[in-house]
Ligand binder design. Structure first.
Ligand SMILES: CCCCCCCCCCCCCC(=O)SCCNC(=O)CCNC(=O)[C@H](O)C(C)(C)COP(=O)(O)OP(=O)(O)OC[C@H]1O[C@@H](n2cnc3c(N)ncnc32)[C@H](O)[C@@H]1OP(=O)(O)O
Ligand SMILES: Nc1ncnc2c1ncn2[C@@H]1O[C@H](COP(=O)(O)OP(=O)(O)OP(=O)(O)O)[C@@H](O)[C@H]1O
Ligand SMILES: O=C(O)CCC(=O)C(=O)O
Ligand SMILES: [Fe+2]
Ligand SMILES: [Mg+2]
Length: 347
């Protein structure tokens, strides 16, 4: 067995112990229909949301819940992040990103230069965020009772280095996801400190989740753009924008088609937030070939193959590695089926 094949085998064996992943796509996704009660499309019947909250999500594509994560938990997540930055712990599969402006400068003040970590599913303390009961209660209103944590991030938006690279262009998260149905996916994003327009809070275009997935590409920004920070090519610049200013522990849940971004961090501090994208365990993978997602699929594939030194990792596989089951109505009866891994070249 080649070295690459062996790595992939170890990796998938490792993951077998952890969780099931989304089912493979039905052969024809066209034939899959999902019917929703006429009035509600984006949320499921539940006893948690008030009628006003449910209606708000249906209309706007996001819902802000104040003070959902305790100060104590947020402090623990900050500590866990700090230990990763200080290299006191090393977490398998973790991706550490530096801001493009800082990465290219000569002076890199070590731990301070980290702008984002992704894929912390193997860090027990940080991953605890994705399993917090008070978060899952809300998530269930959108995904249903079988819940996969598909993507994890801790964003440490740096003070802008003067090139506006700390901005995150307006985008729809669905651009990155080869699974559906879209309405059974939701993001939770928790402020780890007070976030304001000044330090680059989230900016959303309410109601844009009613639209379709738009073409995304790198924005033409003079100061440079961070790797994979694609933005929506054309969105209505006159669409009303809402700046989501939040207190530490406040959490916003939002739909993967909601157009959002974040502005420059014009303060001296690093603006921190922790987030997880959840999907129903009943979701399935789709092939994005020939769709607007092909550009990001190729980038992810390239990075994944480099990272694992493996020959052929599909876009879907790169997601199957990361997904973790966090809640199931009846785990024993879960039919979640591992997606078959593509055999690496030369295996
Ligand atoms: C499994 C794979 C992951 C898939 C992720 C799915 C995303 C899903 C998201 C879901 C929704 C969320 C939406 C989202 O969040 S989208 C954002 C998600 N972004 C990523 O996942 C990026 C992951 N990062 C990496 O792969 C590496 O850190 C990169 C490749 C960026 C650097 O690699 P490495 O650390 O090894 O660096 P190096 O020292 O060898 O430098 C190599 C070159 O790269 C330059 N450089 C350095 N930093 C950056 C930067 N930030 N932007 C641009 N370029 C950068 C550097 O100057 C040098 O250039 P040059 O001097 O040669 O010209
Ligand atoms: N030229 C641009 N093209 C595309 N998106 C942009 C552009 N400028 C800003 N954005 C995006 O708009 C959102 C808000 O960013 P920005 O930092 O400009 O905040 P702002 O709301 O305009 O506040 P301020 O007036 O304080 O600058 C972010 O998602 C940012 O990435
Ligand atoms: O700046 C932020 O925290 C938002 C980032 C974001 O939307 C994303 O990574 O998908
Ligand atoms: Fe996003
Ligand atoms: Mg502006």
């Amino acid at each position: 067995m080649s070295q690459a094949a062996e790595r992939l085998r170890l990796l998938s064996g490792h993951l077998d112990r952890h969780a099931a992943v989304l089912r493979a796509a039905p052969t024809s996704t066209q034939t899959v229909t999902h019917s929703y009660p006429h009035r509600f499309r984006y949320s499921l019947d539940n006893s948690l949301l008030t009628p006003e909250q449910r209606q708000f999500y249906e209309e706007n594509g996001f819902l802000l819940i104040k003070n959902l994560v305790t100060e104590d938990d947020v402090n623990k997540f900050r500590k866990a992040f700090e230990r990763i930055c200080l290299k006191e712990v090393s977490v398998p599969g973790l991706v550490v990103m530096r801001d493009v402006a800082i990465a290219k400068s000569e002076f890199v003040p070590d731990q301070k230069a980290v702008s984002k970590i992704q894929d912390f599913q193997e860090d027990p303390e940080l991953f605890r965020y994705c399993t917090l009961p008070q978060i899952l209660k809300y998530v269930e209103c959108f995904t249903g009772p079988n819940i996969m944590a598909m993507h994890t991030m801790l964003i440490n938006k740096p003070p802008d280095a003067g090139k506006k690279t700390s901005r995150h262009p307006m985008h729809q998260d669905l651009h990155y996801f080869p699974f559906r149905p879209v309405d059974r996916i939701v993001c939770s994003w928790t402020a780890m400190e007070k976030v304001t327009r000044q330090n680059g809070c989230l900016v959303v275009l309410p109601g844009t989740h009613h639209g379709t997935l738009l073409v995304h590409d790198y924005p033409e920004w003079e100061g440079g753009v961070n790797k994979m920070y694609h933005g929506v090519r054309d969105y209505d610049p006159n669409h009303p924008r809402v700046h989501l200013e939040m207190e530490k522990g406040d959490t916003v849940f939002f739909h993967p088609l909601l157009i959002h971004g974040s502005g420059m961090n014009q303060t001296e501090g690093f603006r921190k937030a922790i987030s997880c994208h959840y999907a129903s365990g009943d979701c399935y993978y789709i092939d994005v070939k020939g769709t607007t997602q092909e550009n990001i699929a190729n980038e992810v594939k390239e990075i994944a193959e480099r990272r694992f030194d493996a020959g052929d990792i599909s876009f879907q596989d790169s997601w199957a590695f990361r997904g973790r089951l966090v809640q199931a109505r009846d785990p024993e009866k879960q039919k979640l089926q591992r997606r078959t891994l593509t055999a690496p070249k030369g295996a």
